[in-house]
Write a protein that binds this ligand. Structure first.
Ligand code: GLN
Ligand code: ZN
Length: 762
């Protein structure tokens, strides 16, 4: 029989138990022992669930926050600034760990957190290792070893499999905190600690150890390849009894296949969901003593596995290698899928029948093996579900498909080039120099959120809810008028979330009750699920934008989320290319843009904060992605007259390497986050003489601190060094929904004062 191999399981808890326990621990509401007890219960549940589904290789490693941070603590890569924490008597390892993740402001200390970054192309964030030229490593945390030993006690008759981030990926994803060295060169100092851990595991009876090296699916250089060779040779020599499983995911090995095949390992895991085509290449070169783990069940999405497709891959591998050398697995850790579909009591039965969450994916692994062993009924039932999805009227709307097929280049283009639009817009709006605006949302106070909660519970009527929102909107408009902003916003008080709000109003989306996925630490997101052809049956935002416009003489911007961001922050269909879904959404947003214009809205902002994070992992795929992503944005924004002012917004983004695509979005105004980098991001706009208007963010909205007029003038002075002053707008970095009014009002007042000062100077 083939073995079933799981790479990782969601750890936040079926009902987010770990999140609540941690947050209570941080607030001092529960003790450390209570937190540990909760975590141990969850670990036990995970191990037993996997055992129940007959998984052979069950991962024992758990994380309180993030696995990269676990590694940093394991190898003692604790930045200098946390040293004072060791003097605080009742602090233990977990407190240091949480301090590294979240910062520490207690006991007279004020230590900043380590930075976070997106884990490959997922929405999960890892804590970035901080590395110095004279970095040393020593075994600090024995958590991985302890969890393995704990797992041995829990499992009836299996040995759990510890999981570590491999040493090369660990270093590769780290950051040099000073110049003059390359982080991957630290490998020789790092390896002894890994060897110490692996030896301890070997001694304690581990059979398999999983080492994740997803950097093998990226564009890496000879330096990383050499480091991989050194590392895995060392492990094979030092821990000869241990079976090392090298796992890769999120892409194909491609040009790194040769090196992966050369390493002295016992098993190699490949992602066949992202890259089914790599199977034959891998089968050609895999050495005869290496087992191949086939990632056939999608760890990144919520759809039922198509057993026929998976079996085709598995059978090809079995034919070549024999059952003894094949394992069946999810494509990557199940961390990126929600826990359990059984909790979804509100989903339409037909749609629910197309889905599988983590627990169901374990069952899929088991069923795939059962089918291989001859149980064909399971295959029939699965194929019935797959067929029902393929043909469902709920999914397929011919009129939507036809409309996407009929999109022309003209649909993706404004009527006139920017220079002409600019003349018309300037005549119409007659803005002062340095026009001021905000990014859209205003404080979502506890009160605003409580209205929505009451409305959802049914304890206030729709009329009452809308009346309260109208009052809040008017209040926001009056505040903006009194501050003297030039283009106002309605404040987005009616929105829970910038994607969910639109998903709820479009067809082709469903929402879950409990489909939580860890985003970072205790934070989870509940992405909408795009299951079918997307259309927009009715106006989505016109009511609130028109209302806001009706109470003021100043222009109020219509406020929309762009197609790429809606796509990126949802679980998407796997039965058509992402681009197809993006264009369907784009047409819905386009209709909304046109409806806003018709309703008398003269300026419209379409946010695309997720454009950059959608970039493929390999550079050679970037252009293809950016071409359709930018086109989707342009389809959504080009249905209007020349004198309608179109803005877009992106949070912190490095534009240097994708500049021509950002420019090709051709928004009349581009609002970006720049305050933290002191306007450095504007350099590339200057270099290419970007002609359109640009609003460089003047203050960080993540902090309650009120910025001074002077510091914002100083930033604007930098901006006018780089760009024509006639093109510059004045605005914060991002929306203000997480802020309070106490700081929002004075901050915006200072910001408008800064604009006035600049008008005098230019
Ligand atoms: N308009 C949104 C807001 O102001 C934009 C949020 C974002 O960029 N993430 O909240
Ligand atoms: Zn933003």
């Amino acid at each position: 029989m083939v073995l079933l191999n799981n790479l990782g399981y969601p750890r936040i808890g079926p009902k987010r138990e770990l999140k609540f326990a941690e947050e209570n621990y941080w607030k001092g509401k529960i003790t450390r022992d209570e937190l540990f007890k909760k975590a141990a219960d969850l670990r036990k549940l995970y191990l037993q669930t996997q055992e129940k589904y007959l998984i052979d290789l069950i991962p024992s490693s758990f994380s309180f926050y993030d696995t990269m941070l676990d590694m940093s603590l394991m190898v003692g890569a604790v930045p200098e600034r946390y040293k004072p924490m060791t003097n605080i008597s009742n602090n233990t390892e977990i407190d240091l760990y949480f301090a590294m993740a979240r910062g520490y402001q207690k006991d007279g200390l004020d230590i900043t957190a380590m930075a976070m970054s997106k884990w490959f192309d997922t929405n999960y964030h890892y804590i970035v290792p901080e590395l110095n030229a004279d970095q040393t490593f020593q075994l600090l945390s024995r958590k991985i070893i302890d969890e393995f030993n704990e797992g041995k006690q829990v499992l009836q008759n299996k040995t759990p499999k510890p999981v570590l981030i491999g040493p090369v990926t660990y270093l590769f994803l780290g950051k040099e905190k000073e110049k003059g060295f390359h982080r991957v060169d630290l490998i020789s100092k790092l390896l002894p600690v890994y060897v110490e851990v692996l030896s301890a595991l070997e001694r304690d009876g581990a059979e398999w150890v999983q080492l994740d090296e997803p950097c093998l699916c990226l564009d890496i250089t000879e330096k990383e390849r050499a480091a991989l060779e050194t590392a895995y040779k060392t492990f094979a020599q030092q821990c000869p009894k241990l079976k090392i499983m090298l796992t890769t995911y999120f892409g194909a090995l491609d040009d790194n296949l040769a090196i992966a095949a050369r390493l002295p390992i016992a098993a190699l895991h490949i992602d066949l969901v992202r890259s089914p085509n790599q199977l034959d290449d891998v089968l050609d070169v895999i050495p005869s003593n290496v087992i191949l783990s086939l990632g056939v069940v999608d760890g990144r999405n919520i759809w039922k596995n198509d057993y026929k497709k998976s079996l085709d891959l598995i059978e090809r591998a079995v034919a070549k290698l024999g059952k003894g050398r094949v394992m069946v697995a999810p494509s990557c850790s199940l961390l990126h899928s929600p826990h359990d579909l059984d909790f979804e009591t509100d989903l339409q039965a037909e749609i629910k029948n197309w889905m599988a969450f983590s627990k169901q994916k374990l069952n899929e692994l088991k069923e795939l093996r059962d089918i291989l062993e001859g149980n064909s009924n399971l295959l029939d039932a699965n194929q019935a579900a797959i067929e029902s999805r393929r043909l469902s009227k709920l999914i397929h709307k011919p009129e939507v498909k036809q409309r996407v097929a009929a999109i022309t280049d003209k649909d993706a283009q404004r009527n006139s080039p920017y220079a002409e639009r600019r003349k018309l817009q300037r005549a119409k709006f007659n803005f002062p120099l340095f026009p001021s605006t905000t990014i859209g949302s205003f404080p979502q106070t506890a009160e605003v959120r409580s209205w929505r909660a009451q409305f959802k519970k049914g304890s206030i009527t729709k009329e009452r809810y809308e009346e309260l929102l109208e009052q809040e909107t008017i209040r926001g408009i009056r505040i903006q008028e009194s501050i003297g902003l030039d283009v106002l916003v309605h404040g987005e008080f009616e929105r829970n979330d910038m994607v969910e709000y639109f998903g709820e109003q479009m067809e082709g989306f469903v929402f879950t009750l409990n489909g939580w996925v860890q985003s970072y630490g205790s934070r989870c997101v509940k992405p909408p699920i795009i299951f079918g052809d997307v259309s927009r049956p009715f106006d989505m935002t016109v009511r609130w934008s028109s209302f806001a416009q009706s109470v003021t003489n100043r222009p109020v911007k219509g406020m929309l989320t762009g197609p790429v961001t809606i796509l990126q922050w949802s679980f998407v269909r796997d039965d058509q290319p992402r681009s197809e879904t993006a264009f369907q959404i784009a047409l819905g947003i386009r209709d909304e843009v046109v409806a806003l214009e018709k309703a008398g809205i003269t300026a419209i902002q379409i946010d695309e904060p997720a454009i950059r994070e959608g970039l493929p992992l390999r550079k050679r795929d970037w252009d293809h992605y950016l071409n359709w992503a930018v086109k989707a944005f342009r389809v959504s924004s080009s249905g209007v007259r020349d004198d309608t002012h179109i803005a877009t917004h992106m949070c912190y983004s490095e534009f240097n390497d994708i500049f021509e695509h950002i420019a090709a979005m051709d928004a009349d105004l581009l609002l970006i986050e720049t305050s933290k980098t002191q306007m450095k991001l504007l350099g590339v706009f200057a270099q290419f003489k970007y002609p359109n208007e640009i609003g460089p963010g003047l203050y960080d909205i993540h902090s309650p601190r009120v910025p001074t007029k002077e510091e914002m003038v100083a930033l604007l002075e930098k901006a006018v060094q780089l760009l024509p002053y006639q093109n510059i707008w004045v605005n914060p970095d991002c929306g203000l929904k997480t802020r309070g009014w106490e700081e929002t009002e004075p901050s915006l007042r200072n910001m408008v004062e800064a604009a006035r000062e600049m008008r005098k100077r230019c």
